[in-house]
Design a protein around this ligand. Structure first.
Ligand code: SAH
Length: 273
């Protein structure tokens, strides 16, 4: 397993008194490849990568080409928003999973990221961001993500929103996300260690709020911190007793709520650990 270097971590700890602006994720001088090329490189790929130069995956595959296939599949599964598909094609998901799981990074599956948590399936990430952007032209404004996890969804969001505030309650994952994201130099992603059930009032009002963890209800703080015209997408327990995607639109008149397909997310928990 590739051992990643430790970095000095500048925590934006929500329990500390406010210190003004949050620091964006800083690029690091140290670059650690996630996986060593296996030495079985397939030679020059015939498929053009979606964006940057091809990067070797653990199996000697070209990650750009593998990602392009993932994006094609997302399209076949019904994802239509071109900016969501472009963002999914841009973010190297293999940089967010453990070395041993790199060859599964572009499969439509959730994967363990440590501390009992998981990175969501690409299809679910794309679907939720598409719902968040519904009715929007151009980039979304400020977005709040509850449940940073490994930082993958925050990276995807950074391409479709002007600012991303992403809050995580587990220090171990908050730190991991910071390390994972450093490589991408995303100046518009702000990581916060804190209890996302309280939202993050300093960044409010938000054009979008997206939760990667499922609660029994949508916390009032999220509704309060949503801008008029803003949308919230969150896995929530329905009256039928199962978890489903819930979309809430805040209007001048009040809230419009829609319950969509059943999903399986890790639980939303309170407090920091
Ligand atoms: N978006 C993530 C998915 C992480 S899984 C990714 O791309 O990897 C959901 C995460 O929500 C877990 O890391 C869990 O610790 C976190 N979580 C659960 N309750 C939370 C809360 N109240 N505040 C912040 N994070 C929370």
């Amino acid at each position: 397993m590739t051992k990643r270097p430790g970095f000095p971590v500048n925590l934006d700890d929500a329990r500390k008194p406010a210190t003004g602006r949050l620091a964006p994720v800083k690029p690091s001088a140290a670059k650690t490849p996630l996986a060593k090329p296996s030495g079985q490189a397939l030679g020059k790929s015939l498929v053009q990568p979606v964006t940057s130069a091809p990067r070797p995956l653990g199996l000697g595959l070209d990650s750009g080409a593998v990602r392009a296939r993932m994006v094609q599949k997302l399209g076949e599964q019904g994802i239509q928003d071109p900016s969501v598909l472009a963002a999914m094609g841009q973010v190297e998901r293999h940089r967010f999973v453990e070395t041993a799981l790199v060859n599964q990074a572009y499969e439509d599956t959730s994967l363990p990221i440590g501390l009992g948590q998981t990175i969501s399936k690409p299809n679910v990430v794309a679907r939720m961001i598409e719902l968040l952007r519904e009715g929007h032209q151009g980039k979304l404004g400020r977005v709040l993500e509850i449940g940073t996890g490994c930082g993958y969804q925050a990276a995807v969001l950074s391409h479709v929103a002007t600012e991303v505030y992403s809050i995580e309650r587990l220090r171990g994952l908050h730190d991991k996300a910071r390390e994972n994201l450093r490589h991408f130099r995303l100046a518009n992603v702000h990581l916060i260690l804190g209890d996302g059930m309280l939202g993050y009032p300093k960044g409010a009002p938000y054009a979008g709020i997206i939760s990667a963890a499922g609660g029994d209800t949508v916390p009032q703080a999220w509704l309060d911190q949503l801008a008029v015209g803003g949308r919230l997408v969150a896995p929530t327990i329905t009256t039928a007793g199962h978890q489903a995607l819930v979309v809430v639109l805040k209007t001048e008149q009040g809230f419009e709520r829609r319950v969509l397909e059943a999903v399986h997310f890790v639980p939303l928990k309170s407090g920091i650990a």
